[in-house]
Design a protein around this ligand. Structure first.
Ligand SMILES: *[C@@H]1O[C@H](CO)[C@@H](O)[C@H](O)[C@H]1NC(C)=O
Length: 318
């Protein structure tokens, strides 16, 4: 049985338990020593003073309001039992009684107190009772029914506290639900899956597109730029026949960077043209060169267009 002392205070009856609360059937008790960052305006060493009883009741009322409205605890909240209060700043030894058959309740209380300690919520006392009137908490020591304890501080995360109070099964880890309550969730190994798929598809796709662009560029410049080469070639055709015969057939002829670069891009068309030159005109009259170049130009254009047109051009040369 709980020993109680009944105090009449301004016609309000306050029930002050002096021994630990014994949870009833279906109740989960989580005991907390909460250090609230307010300084009591009067002495608290004698619990029979009016001020002590006033502040005790105010603390009970403030904590009842807090736990019954906090997203973390409101669903299972039954009541708060305040054992005692003391200075330093304001230390409140109390129990939170929850409607819970599991250890979920202790994680809910951990989340609610963590919110007070880490700036998520404040507690407001009556005017003139504390300085300041409202503040958060500096620490919360949590004592669970299972005998495991944890301390909530500004340097601990809710998952630090959770991992002190609980041990997740293999392949599970601390996560938080929508109410900020920690729980054991499957490891987030699948989180890497989209990244792996993205890189696995993206990188090969990048190189395929790059290769496609290069092929298109080379193909286009073969057909396009080779026409401008012909203008240079036409000038070269005024050289004696024996030099002209080797035009396009011998790489050494490309004696400038521009030529080399062109050759790299247009090697295919050049080579075919060169071979054609040697085959058809070797040892023939040099005067035919200008006419020949015009024909060759036609052939080169045709080769890049279609094979039937090429055949037609060759026929016309012969
Ligand atoms: C938790 O605190 C209680 C009360 O102070 C104590 O009896 C118990 O041994 C502590 N549990 C652990 C695991 O330290």
């Amino acid at each position: 049985m709980i020993k109680k002392s009944l105090i009449l205070l301004n016609s309000i009856s306050v029930s002050v338990p002096t021994t630990a609360y014994t949870p009833g059937s279906g109740e989960l008790k989580v005991e907390v020593i909460l250090t609230i960052n307010v300084t009591p305006n009067e002495d608290l060493t004698n619990e029979n003073t009016v001020y002590y009883q006033e502040l005790l009741y105010e603390t009970f009322s403030v904590l009842t309001t807090y736990y019954s409205s906090s997203a973390a605890t409101k669903d299972n909240f039954i009541k708060v039992v305040v054992y005692r209060i003391s200075k330093g700043s304001l230390v409140v030894d109390h129990a939170v009684i929850l409607n819970s058959q599991t250890t979920t309740g202790q994680n809910q209380v951990a989340a609610a107190t963590n919110n007070l300690v880490n700036g998520g919520a404040t507690l407001a006392f009556g005017p003139g009772q504390t300085t300041p009137v409202a503040a958060g908490a500096t620490t919360a020591a949590i004592y669970t029914a299972g005998g495991i304890n944890a301390t909530v501080t500004t340097s601990t995360t809710i998952c630090d506290t959770f991992n002190t109070l609980n041990t997740c099964p293999t392949n599970q880890e601390c996560s938080m639900n929508g109410n900020g309550v920690p729980y054991c969730a499957p490891l987030k190994s699948t989180d890497n899956f989209p990244l792996i798929v993205g890189l696995g598809v993206g990188i090969p796709l990048f190189f395929i597109v790059l290769a496609l662009i290069i092929v298109l560029c080379v193909y286009n410049s073969k057909c396009h730029k080779s026409n401008s080469l012909d203008e240079d070639d036409d000038l070269n055709r005024t050289m004696p026949a024996h030099e002209g015969f080797f035009t396009g057939a011998i790489p050494g002829r490309f004696n400038s960077w521009n030529r080399l670069a062109d050759n790299a891009f247009h090697g295919h068309c050049e080579y075919e043209r060169g071979a054609y030159d040697n085959e058809l005109f070797r040892g023939k009259d040099p005067n035919v060169h200008v006419k020949r170049d015009l024909q060759v130009l036609d052939i080169k254009k045709a080769k890049c267009l279609s094979s039937t047109q090429t055949t037609a051009s060759i026929t016309s040369v012969e």
